[in-house]
Design a protein around this ligand. Structure first.
Ligand code: CFM
Length: 539
């Protein structure tokens, strides 16, 4: 069955009731190209079917945990029952490095209003106000962010009104998020809500100019396992000024100042494309898609920056950095490839990573059998060219779409339209564009959106991949099937995996996981005769 992809697809959905099976099969597609090169349509960013057991997270997780959480000096308060704050407390491996010990770093703290039944009945605004005041007295932060959890929306607490009042009273920036867990179909909605608030309440507040020639922001890089540190170092060696990162290793001031940059790099398209687009409309800063996962992709991304600024010195420095770092990468790559070539993998991660990490596997000659996002949208699969054809459903309409216009004073196109058109050709059309995962995957392979637990188990059974990439929820079920599982959310305890240094780390990690003998020693109890029986047999 391994090579009969339509049969595998049928096998995955066979067990479901007819209606559910039909609906799932719109989210499971065979990546067959059309004669014009386009990829098939996939259903994505729709409600999870009840009962299938999704790996998705909630809207609050996407807003508080993913986008705002990594910023070290925005003080985050979760308005809700204690569980929401507790479970989002230090569970994502986003790292931060304040310049000195005197600098603020609130990442280790977990602040919650700890709502009780009484607050659900009589309202929680009073408690929230008291919490903001208490937090202010304790920490004296520059900014406080208030996150709504499900009950807050259900009882109708107005977190925005509280934020406005407290902002006035305390004289610091206080802003709220209507990011109740149920607000959207997944954490993706939370990304959008977080992007909107950053744009409304933070970006553009600090006008400090920078002297440097090549100023950029890195959007959608969250410094998981130190990924961002590697990129920071690479950019610095190339002579590129990083004004701000959204939001790994970031601080409030740098975000407030980010509109002074001349280019936005978009790493995770899913979680941050909204900020990129809004900043271009309001301030005139163009954006390009980059990917610092994979040695090849890193070089390609650095060269794109060189082309954008179109400066001979910068281009030369970039080439020098690539030339300095690539020999070490090549050495490890060749060695690891000799043991991993031809082995297979599957990647099921939230968004961008299911695409980005395919690059690293290809570099060591491994085959990607199937991949999918938990909550990506059609544009993440098929490319942004499908954006005009995506129907806006009620769930998406539930999330505010900001109307952005050019800033009367601060809009300054960084490049003329002609220049941008010329660059677009040079940059292989990835200026303001993302080509998506499917065009870069092999033909005929399976692409599965919002994969269920049952489908995961079936895939393991049918394909028996050499390694499976997913997260903590799937990890132990996969390993019980005798297949090593690499966590691509938290990286287990590893990383960084970005840039050249990260590529070397990843090659070695996969080599170790694939070629270690431990798996051959594993036997389920029923696969071996128990010692008592052995003794009986010996008699
Ligand atoms: Fe972007 Fe991310 Fe991802 Fe994501 Fe996430 Fe993540 Fe992810 Mo886990 S922002 S979409 S919401 S690359 S936390 S750092 S690993 S699901 S693929």
């Amino acid at each position: 069955m391994k090579n009969d992809i339509p049969a595998i697809k049928a096998e995955l959905t066979k067990i479901y009731p007819k209606k559910i099976g039909q609906r799932r099969s719109d989210q499971i597609v065979i990546n067959q190209r059309q004669p014009d090169g386009s990829v098939p349509t996939i259903k994505a960013n729709i409600r999870t079917l009840p009962g299938i057991i999704t790996q998705r997270g909630c809207t609050y997780a996407g807003c508080k945990g993913v986008v705002i959480g990594p910023s070290r000096d925005i003080l985050s308060i979760t308005h809700g029952p204690i569980g929401c704050g507790f479970y989002s407390w230090l569970t994502r491996r986003n790292q931060t490095r304040p310049p000195t010990l005197e600098h603020e770093n609130f990442i280790n703290y977990c602040l919650s209003t700890d709502m009780q039944e009484e607050n659900i009945v009589f309202g929680g605004e009073k408690k929230l106000r008291a919490a903001v005041l208490e937090a202010f007295k304790l920490f004296k932060p520059k900014a406080i962010a208030i996150f709504s959890t499900c009950p807050v929306g259900l009882i109708g607490d107005d977190v925005h009104a509280v934020a406005r009042e407290m902002k006035e009273e305390l004289g610091i920036n206080v802003f709220g998020f209507s990011c109740e867990g149920y607000r959207g179909v997944s954490q993706s909605a939370g990304h959008h809500i977080a992007n909107n608030a950053l744009f409304k309440h933070v970006i553009g507040l600090d006008e400090t100019p920078h002297e440097e020639k090549f100023k950029i922001n890195l959007l959608g890089e969250y410094n998981i396992g130190g990924d961002g540190f590697v990129i920071d170092d690479l950019l610095a060696r190339c002579g590129i000024k990083l004004v701000s990162t959204f939001s790994g290793n970031s601080d409030y001031q740098s975000m407030a100042n980010s509109h002074t940059a001349d280019l936005n790099l978009v790493m995770c398209h899913r979680s941050i494309n909204y900020v990129a687009e809004m900043m271009e409309t309001k301030f005139g800063i163009p954006w390009i898609k980059v990917n610092f996962i994979g040695a090849e992709s890193t070089s390609k991304s650095l060269r794109k920056i060189g082309e954008y600024f179109d400066d001979a010195d910068l281009k030369a420095r970039i080439e020098q950095v690539i030339a300095e770092d690539m020999p070490a990468v090549e050495e490890v790559r060749k060695d690891v490839r000799s043991r991993c070539e031809g082995k297979s993998t599957m990647l099921f991660v939230g968004g961008s990573r299911a695409h980005h990490y395919q690059m690293l596997f290809k570099e060591i000659g491994m085959k990607v059998l199937a991949a999918g996002y938990e909550f990506g949208h059609r544009d993440d699969y098929e490319g942004r060219k499908v954006l005009p054809t995506i129907k806006v459903d009620a769930d998406s309409r539930n999330i505010e779409e900001l109307t952005v216009v050019p800033d009367p004073k601060r809009f300054k196109p960084r490049k003329s339209e002609e220049e941008l058109a010329r660059l677009a050709a040079d940059l292989e059309l990835e200026l303001r564009d993302y080509i998506g995962m499917m065009p870069e995957m092999e033909e005929g392979e399976l692409v599965i959106d919002d994969i269920s637990e049952h489908e995961t188990e079936k895939l393991l059974e049918v394909y028996k991949p050499d390694i499976f990439c997913a997260g903590i929820k799937e990890k132990y079920a996969v390993q019980k099937a005798g297949i090593p599982c690499k966590q691509l959310h938290s990286y287990d305890y590893g990383g960084p995996y970005t840039g050249y240094r990260g590529a070397i780390n990843f090659y070695k990690e996969i080599d170790r996981m694939l070629n270690i003998k431990a798996w051959s020693y594993l036997h389920a109890p029923w696969q071996l005769p128990p010692p008592e029986l052995k003794a009986v047999a010996a008699d």
